[in-house]
Design a protein around this ligand. Structure first.
Ligand code: NAD
Ligand code: TDX
Length: 360
């Protein structure tokens, strides 16, 4: 039975990935989730699977060398899937240092511990060990509105402290591949959306504010473009790259779904009105009048767009969820999980760990 060490599994994409993996492999795999539970880590995301005998949660910081070493020495890890990171661009503009610590130093610790555990005296590696580093399209910088795309060969040109720290972590992984022939892959994915996304990010923020009748803040002219991918499609892509990708290679994962921010907001407003029952009082305040243009994000990248040609040609992965369907599923999830949103926005979810794991 393969053992996965997933970092950052209590966050948005990590928790969706863990759910996806248990749906796909059931009892045929074991997952150890290591997460330090920052503001973005929420064990409620995993409560349905918390009791599984083939799942273990370990609260630890990926920059804590001794803690990570211990996990490798006590378990025969076959796969590392490394999500843990500080992930929000606006926070990185206010407080860059923690991004460098977690994203760069944390990745170095993960790489080093995996290498120590897996490398044999002759410099080769134990059989069938693989490390996958989850990264972002933001490392490639910004595109003009001219139909161009990011490819795996596009030079790195990050602009925010977040993307600079992710680019640094990618380069460390590439250095391990080149220097030590370390068995790793990198995936660079576009913007994700779906269940369990923290409401500091555009889509859940707009859904939540619209339902509450609060203003919908639009940075700059609202015409910045992002390429949105439903989170399950990303989870599937990660698993396919890890099992079918060529070791040492980078694969871009993207949705072929470019939209201006203002279009996203319009779609959300229309979909909310379509989905809410006729007698729901919230319908009264859901309107375009809530849209409020605010000061632009500093260094705001204009456009991101992935050409997922390589992953399609080599591995056969393609985005499956159309945006109109993915956004409905996402909104339906938020409708069904009002308590999750209340807990997250009030900070109550941070007590969950104490309740769940008290005395353990
Ligand atoms: P998130 O902020 O929702 O989750 C991050 C998780 O990492 C949280 O559970 C947090 O507690 C944990 N964490 C943070 N610092 C840690 C530390 N020092 N030690 C251990 N755990 C720590 O992020 P996300 O949106 O799920 O993104 C996951 C990964 O995917 C990140 O590496 C991000 O760069 C990448 N990515 C995200 C997107 C996106 O649209 N969200 C797109 C492409 C790539
Ligand atoms: O209130 C807002 N108003 C607004 O106009 C927020 C929160 C965002 N925006 C704009 C900024 C971006 O152009 O919406 C777009 C999306 O913003 P975010 O949701 O913050 O995502 P982004 O900055 O594009 O980065 C995301 O995708 C790539 C993730 O946060 C990263 O972790 C990932 O690497």
């Amino acid at each position: 039975m393969r053992t996965y060490l997933v970092t950052g599994g209590a966050g948005f994409i990590g928790s969706n990935y863990i759910h996806y993996m248990f749906r796909k492999y059931g009892d045929d795999i074991r997952i150890i989730n290591v997460d330090s539970l920052t503001y973005a880590g929420n064990l409620e995301n995993l409560k349905e699977i918390a009791g599984r005998s083939n799942y273990t949660f370990i609260r630890a910081d990926i920059t804590d060398k001794e803690a990570i070493k211990k996990i490798f020495s006590e378990n025969e890890i076959d796969r590392v899937v490394h999500f843990a990171a500080e992930s929000h661009v606006d926070r990185s503009i206010k407080n860059p240092e923690v991004f460098v610590k977690t994203n760069v130093l944390g990745t170095a610790v993960m790489l080093n511990c995996a290498r120590e555990a897996w490398e044999l005296p002759d410099g080769s590696y134990k059989e069938d060990k693989k490390f996958l580093h989850v990264s972002t399209d933001e490392v490639y910088g910004s595109l003009a509105d001219d139909g161009s795309y990011f490819y795996e060969t596009t030079p790195y040109a990050p602009h925010s402290p977040y993307s600079a720290s992710k680019a640094s972590s990618d380069l460390l992984v590439k250095a391990y591949i080149d220097t030590y022939h370390f068995p790793a892959n990198i995936t660079n994915c576009s913007n994700n959306y779906g269940p369990y996304q923290f409401p500091e990010k555009l889509i859940p923020l707009i859904i939540n504010n619209a339902l509450l009748g609060k203003k919908l803040p639009v940075y700059g002219d609202g015409k910045n473009v992002r390429d949105w991918l439903y989170v399950d499609d990303h989870a599937k892509g990660i698993d396919m790259v890890q099992e079918m990708g060529r070791l040492g290679e980078t694969y871009n994962i993207g949705g072929h779904n470019e939209k201006q921010n203002i279009e996203i907001i319009s779609i959300i407003l229309d979909t909310l009105l379509e989905m809410l029952p006729e007698d729901d009082a919230r319908r009264a305040h859901i309107s375009r009048d809530l849209i409020t243009y605010v000061e632009d994000r500093k260094g705001h990248d204009r456009r991101y767009a992935i050409a997922p040609d390589k992953i399609k040609a080599e591995i056969g992965w393609e985005p499956e969820t159309m945006f109109k369907d993915g956004i409905k599923k996402t909104i339906a999830w938020y409708f069904e999980h009002e308590d999750w949103m209340k807990n997250v926005t009030s900070g109550d979810y941070q007590n969950y760990y104490e309740e769940m794991y008290h005395g353990k």
